[in-house]
Every structure is written in structure tokens, then in C-alpha cells.
Design a protein around this ligand. Structure first.
Ligand code: AMP
Length: 447
């Protein structure tokens, strides 16, 4: 991969949605939504996507990445075509994210007769099948359920022109690689592919190398990983002192709305029980409403929790990573990593639940004895030292060596023009046509 790619200088980015060449109806929808200006990922992905390029957008959730692919898709939909084969497919790792992405599409499509269908597990198969049969323009779904429909012949991808792999790193973590590959192989070769990922782990690079055609790489991750508005601290704590330290932290912070992350379903359930029995006995915290969310809950239960969280009826949510990742609630003020995640990337995703779209947020990570290396790994990834919080147990191990090695994410793949100044002017159709005319590369022959 080419690591000489210049960063796109923020000053040169389009500052207004009007500068992106969007339709009047889209500009109206954006105004209604109160989106005043494009976020960095939107300013960088939308112009390339509108030109028909394959794009790798490196950004986490909370940065406006959904609209960065939803806007160009909606702008290019053929309004008269509602066939059994959708025009665009968005693959996401979780049901929660599917629901959010679906919601964002509907909001952005305000004023247009656009048919979008959410196709994820936990929702009625028969209803999905009926809707697919009637014809939809955009399908948003999880790889498992999408593949299920493909196998049953209830979904036809033969006339699709755009595929989005949203949170590609997460989909691979969950083990969706075979499903994604089978789905991609069922799509037309001259399609456009947009891949969004917080990190460019090896698996993601491989996927991009195999299935994307000369992609443009837009990297908003460096900015994201050290989101300035999120204060990040750690608290050293002995294993047997964790719960008491958490109670002290909650008492000190009195957080308006917080998510507490645990590593396992069992740990999540246990902590939820402990808090349920303790908080009512602490006057300052007695009125806090608690909830938990983890993989053992069914979709209806999860949806109810998300709804309550958004409505502000829940102040403390105890969650695991997989479901926690899909949470898009802009009022979350505090993130508490009760257990450090096994994977440093998950840290980024967890912390990203606060400070959404530039709002303030604070994240605390409990670091137990022997976990210093894990913390250092996280610090390397986000390229920033976490600050020690005074609640720390002075006798617990000093968790970090304090030496921060600057780790520069290697950037590969992109060979396409690299700045807005070099943006090609050819229309989308021409590019697609060229792609069809040129001989297949070895890589594509293998697809
Ligand atoms: P996402 O990263 O796509 O999950 O978006 C995070 C949140 O930001 C969502 O609630 C979006 O509705 C909102 N959002 C997306 N783009 C913008 C924008 N340009 N201005 C303000 N809010 C936005």
C-alpha cells in the first residue's frame, strides 16, 4: 500500500453542503435535520462517492459517517426503479446499527418517495420477504440475514449498483467475512463499493484489496482517535475494589447519562444486579434509572432500552461491546470502562459513544493490576496518553510506562487522485462504463 498519500488538508474541504453539488431536495432535508455543515468524513467521502469512485472511509461512528454514504446513494437512486433487485445494499455488523442506518436514510430521504428496507435478524422474515418481493430501492441489513434472503432467492442483487460495508472491521471481528464475501460475489462487478471502518486492520485491507476497485482512501481516523472533546482518564484499581471505586466515581461525577462497559455478558448482568441493589441506598444516586443491554436480549427488549435511553429515561446503562457499539445517543456524557476491552479497537468504539458530533464527553477506564500493557496498547492506538484520575488506588500497579510511541497508521490501497484539486470530472455513468469495458484484473477474476 502507498503510505505517501497526503492528508487532505481540512482548510481545503468543502465547508457547506451547497459546495458538494447536492440536489435542492437533499439540501432541504439536511436543513430540516439541522445539519449545518458537512462533517470531515462527509466533506471527503461524498464528492468521491458522487463521482462513482470506490472509497475507503476511515472513521468511527459519531462522526456522521452514515450520511457520508447515505447522501450519495440517495442522490443517485433511480426514482422510477423499484424492482425486486435493490439499487443499493448497506451491510452493517449489528441489528442496532441497521436500525440506526435505516433511520438516517429515512430522515435524509425526506420529501422523496424512497423505499428503504431494514433486513436484519430479530425482525420478521415473512414481512421482509413480502417487502422485497414488492421491490425496494435500498436494503440495509446484517450479513447473516442478507445471506439468508439470498439463499432463499428472496433477494436479488443482480441489478445493484452500490454496496456499502459499514464498520467493516467490526463485521470481520464478528466473523462475517464468509457471508460478506458470498454477498459481494453475488453483486455485479461494475458496482460501486464504499467501505467504512474505524481501523484498517489486516482483514479489512485484504477485503478492500480483493473487492474494491482502485479505491480512494479518506482517513479521518487520526482526528477521530484523539477526539479533542473527549477527556480520557484511567483509574488504577485492585480487582476486589472495582465496584466500590465505581460507586465513588458515580457519586463524584453524578453523570447525566453514562454507559458502563463490561467485557462479558455475565459480568454485565452481575454489575447491573449490584448497582440495582446499591444505588437506591445512596441518596444522591437513588433516582438514577438503570438498564442493561447484552447479546442475550431479544431485539424487542434491546429496542425498548435504546428508546428509553434516547428519551432520557435511563441514566446508567451497563453494556457489552457488541451491542454497545450501535448506540447512537448524543446525550451520553460519560463512558466508564469497568473492564478494559480485549481489543484496543473496541476502546475507540466505546469512547466514541460520548462526545458525539463534537459535544463534550469524558471517559474513564478501570485498569487492574497486570493490565498496564493493555493500557499502553490503547495509548499507542489513539496516540495519546490517558490522564490518571485522582480516584486511583495508590498501591495498584502503575499501569503505563509513560513512553508514547507515535504509531502512524499505514495507509495503503489508494491509487486514485489524491486531493480535491485532482478530482476527475467524468460522470458516474462514464466511470462505470469504463470499468465494464476494461479487461478484468487477476484480482477480479478471482472474485
Ligand atoms: P453517525 O456517525 O453516522 O452515527 O452520526 C452520528 C450523529 O450525527 C447522528 O445522530 C447523525 O444524525 C448526526 N449527524 C450526521 N451528520 C451531521 C451533520 N453534518 N451535522 C450535524 N449532525 C450530524
Amino acid at each position: 500500500m502507498d503510505d505517501k498519500l497526503p492528508d487532505i488538508v481540512p482548510e481545503s474541504l468543502p465547508e457547506k453542503f451547497e459546495d458538494l453539488g447536492l440536489s435542492k431536495i437533499m439540501l432541504r432535508a439536511l436543513k430540516l435535520l439541522g445539519y449545518e455543515r458537512p462533517s470531515p468524513i462527509q466533506a471527503q467521502v461524498i464528492p468521491w462517492a458522487l463521482q462513482g469512485y470506490d472509497v475507503i472511509g476511515q472513521a468511527r461512528t459519531g462522526t456522521g459517517k452514515t450520511a457520508s454514504f447515505a447522501i450519495p446513494i440517495l442522490e443517485q437512486l433511480d426514482p422510477l426503479r423499484t424492482t425486486k433487485s435493490p439499487q443499493a445494499l448497506v451491510l452493517v455488523p449489528t441489528r442496532e446499527l441497521a436500525a440506526q442506518v435505516y433511520g438516517e436514510f429515512l430522515k435524509l430521504a425526506e420529501g422523496c418517495p424512497t423505499s428503504v428496507l431494514e433486513v436484519s435478524g430479530g425482525k420478521h422474515m415473512r414481512r421482509q420477504t413480502r417487502k422485497l418481493g414488492e421491490g425496494v430501492q435500498v436494503v440495509v441489513g446484517t450479513p447473516g440475514r442478507v445471506l439468508d434472503h439470498l439463499s432463499r432467492g428472496t433477494l436479488d442483487l443482480s441489478r445493484l449498483w452500490c454496496v456499502v460495508l459499514d464498520e467493516a472491521d467490526r463485521m470481520l471481528d464478528i466473523g462475517f467475512r464468509p457471508a460478506i464475501e458470498r454477498i459481494l460475489r453475488s453483486c455485479p462487478k461494475n458496482r460501486q463499493t464504499l467501505l467504512l471502518s474505524a481501523t484498517l486492520a489486516d482483514g479489512v485491507r485484504e477485503l478492500a484489496t480483493t473487492y474494491l476497485f482502485e479505491p480512494v482512501h479518506v482517513d479521518c481516523s487520526k482526528k477521530d482517535l484523539s477526539v479533542d472533546t473527549i477527556e480520557q482518564r484511567y483509574i488504577t484499581v485492585g480487582a476486589d475494589q472495582k465496584f466500590e471505586t465505581l460507586v465513588r466515581l458515580l457519586l463524584r461525577e453524578l453523570p447525566p447519562q453514562t454507559i458502563i462497559f463490561c467485557r462479558t455478558k455475565l459480568g454485565t448482568a452481575k454489575l447491573h444486579r449490584q448497582l440495582e441493589s446499591r444505588l437506591p441506598r445512596i441518596p444522591e444516586l437513588a433516582s438514577y434509572q438503570l438498564a442493561t443491554i447484552h447479546g442475550n436480549m431479544n431485539q424487542t427488549q434491546r429496542d425498548a432500552v435504546f428508546k428509553d435511553l434516547r428519551a432520557g429515561n435511563i441514566q446508567i446503562l451497563v453494556a457489552t461491546d457488541v451491542v454497545g457499539r450501535g448506540i447512537d445517543v448524543s446525550t451520553i456524557s460519560h463512558i466508564i470502562n469497568y473492564d478494559l476491552p480485549d481489543d484496543s479497537d473496541d476502546y475507540v468504539h466505546r469512547v466514541g459513544r460520548t462526545g458525539r458530533m463534537g459535544r463534550d464527553g469524558i471517559a474513564f477506564s478501570f485498569v487492574a493490576k497486570g493490565q498496564g500493557d493493555r493500557l499502553t496498547e490503547i495509548e499507542h492506538l489513539i496516540n495519546r496518553l490517558l490522564v490518571v484520575d485522582p480516584l486511583s488506588d495508590p498501591v495498584a500497579a502503575k499501569p503505563t510506562d509513560g513512553k508514547l510511541k507515535v504509531v502512524k497508521a499505514e495507509v495503503e490501497i489508494a491509487q486514485a487522485p489524491q486531493s480535491f484539486g485532482e478530482m476527475p470530472s467524468g460522470p458516474l455513468q462514464k466511470r462505470r462504463l469504463n470499468r465494464m469495458r476494461r479487461p478484468l484484473s487477476d484480482r477480479e477474476k478471482r472474485r
